[in-house]
Design a protein around this ligand. Sequence first.
Ligand SMILES: *Cc1c(COP(=O)(O)O)cnc(C)c1O
Length: 350
Amino acid sequence: MAYESELALRLVPYTAGEQPKDRQFIKLNTNENPYPPSPAVEQAIAGLCPSLRLYPDMEATQLREAIARVNGVEADQVFCGNGSDEVLAFAFAAFFAGKKLLTPDVTYSFYPVYANLFGVEHQAVALRDDFTVDVDAMLQGCPMALANPNAPTGIELPQCQIRRMAQHAKDNGAVLLVDEAYAAFARETAVSLLSEFDNLLIVRTFSKSHALAGMRVGYAIGSRRLIGALRRIRDSFNSYPLDRLAQAAATASILDVDYTARTVSLVVAARDRAYTRLRKAGIDVLPSATNFLFVKAGEDAAPVQQALRSEGILVRHFSSARLKSWLRVTIGTTEDMEKVTDALIRLIKG
Ligand SMILES: *Cc1c(COP(=O)(O)O)cnc(C)c1O
């Protein structure tokens, strides 16, 4: 007999990118925003200290109303959690536990971890050779989850393909989860499909486009039925996932639509410029609808990652066979991007 549960012994946890404590790096390894949050955030949380003796609003009412307004849905179609990671975990428990789930083989690597935690039978469906999602192979009568745009490829699947998947899932009484962590940097979102599909759950985060990774706020949009199931899971786990500071910060941030649009467009412009420069230098880089680029850096990209690190630049490398030639480079400021693009061209093209 062991002290640990069978579950604790068999889990294979998620590995997050490095958060350095000592040195100053150009930090392009965890898809954070290079710009600060909206100035409205600082104002919103400034006077809140005395109120912290009281529990927060467990329904995050103001925040849900703000999210609903910005996305053109009703507040009871919105669910908020402590980072989208928590929202995803609740969704796995609410819709996939005890079932078989299909995801692309290359996608957000937290999905297999949650599958393992919640007793979900997980089948990984190989991406096509060009790193796009093989939608035909995904349609097997099961629930499905994917990131769109996908990570770490950055490639966006057009809405007509999301619709096909939603329809197929609906015909089979299953949920389609679309993780839109990067939708702000993309062309399309699946939100307009919500009026047709009560089995569609869209998950978003404040960590990337709203520069609030340190606050931990994520949300889901879906039918009242799906939101109800998420609330039942939450209230069986932690009734207060969002603290008062996080609710106030996220509300101020999402209502400052102009600031978000401005900073997102700076990131998109820096991304497109870096993409063009790398392409012109003859480097393989996937078309990105996100705040990162997936760049081919030799047979094994690990030495290039190490060389960048010694020059003070952090990027992400995944060691699996399919991904080991590639680096995921978060889009930073215009200046950061000039530096990392110069370094990549020098290191890869020598
Ligand atoms: C960053 C990311 C998340 C996690 O977001 P948090 O809100 O910070 O937990 C979820 N899904 C994808 C695809 C991501 O890239």
